[in-house]
Write a protein that binds this ligand. Structure first.
Ligand code: FES
Length: 267
């Protein structure tokens, strides 16, 4: 139906692809070969439930052998993840400020539950603190990701839905996903540079309480339209509690930072 719809709108270069189809590209030509005639029609037959059950049966042995390869005991998960992730958190102020909370990996065993603290840039055992995201994960899978030093957990843990359950407080947070996709210094440097470039292009400000204020905190790039609190001409960023005098832009917490701000209305 979709191909028919495209054709009705003059798009005649679309192709049907099913699991197992092979696509040959030769300059302007595209040839698609399906594993069999039946394979090309089965997903669209009336009994879709049976098709999906058969698909599940076909892949069950492969899934079982994958799972049998999980679990490399002998890891101190919290300590090893701390050694791995903490330098990345230090390297990622924009990502950290975008998460601005705890992400928990819940293995179901108190001593291996992991809390990634994006405010303090630390990784420690989770003691039940509130979280932004919590993923219930098979400890054996975590051990495998650590053992193989997998640098992109989005594919290995999230997109393939290998976690058991996901919980989140508040809206979807893309910074969490980006973090788990960038688990090496090179990947994280790239991600942070992309964020910096996007922000430098916009040079954003926001307005509050008669002030026009630079949007990104000079400390670790928190969104001040979300985390900034103004009291008596002083803006406090609630992420790490740095304070700025709005009239001068002077940072009252550290010497070498400055916040751009101007009064919109006369005093
Ligand atoms: S990001 Fe640390 S105080 Fe604002």
């Amino acid at each position: 139906m979709f191909l028919d719809q495209l054709a009705a709108h003059g798009i005649d270069r679309a192709h049907l692809i099913v699991p197992g189809s092979v696509i040959d590209l030769d300059r302007s030509a595209c040839t698609v070969t399906h594993p069999s005639a039946a394979a090309a029609t089965a997903p669209f037959a009336d009994n879709k439930a049976e098709y999906l059950r058969q698909y599940q049966r076909d892949w069950a042995p492969w899934l079982a052998s994958e799972k049998a390869g999980w679990g490399r005991p002998g890891h101190d998960l919290v300590a090893e993840l701390a050694a791995w992730f903490e330098p990345l958190l230090e390297q990622a102020p924009i990502t950290s400020a975008g998460v601005a909370g705890h992400v928990v990996l819940d293995t179901g065993a108190a001593e291996t539950d992991v809390c990634i603290d994006f405010v303090e840039s630390t990784v420690r055992t989770w003691k039940g603190e509130p979280y932004v995201y919590k993923l219930d994960v098979d400890r054996a899978l975590l051990e495998t990701l650590v053992d193989d030093h997998v640098e992109d957990w989005v594919n290995s843990l999230l997109l393939s839905c290998r976690f058991t359950t996901a919980h989140r407080e508040g809206p979807f947070n893309e910074f969490v996903l980006t973090f788990f996709k960038a688990l090496s210094p090179e990947r994280m440097a790239y991600v942070e540079q992309c964020h910096r470039t996007a922000r430098s292009r916009t040079d954003e400000f926001f307005e509050r309480d008669g002030w026009r204020i630079e949007r990104w905190c000079p400390h670790r790039q928190a969104d001040l339209s979300r985390f900034g609190e103004i009291d008596d001409g002083v803006l406090t960023c609630s992420l790490h509690h740095w304070r700025f005098d709005l009239a001068t832009g002077r940072c009252l917490t550290s010497d070498d930072r400055h916040l751009r701000a101007e009064r919109l209305t006369p005093e």
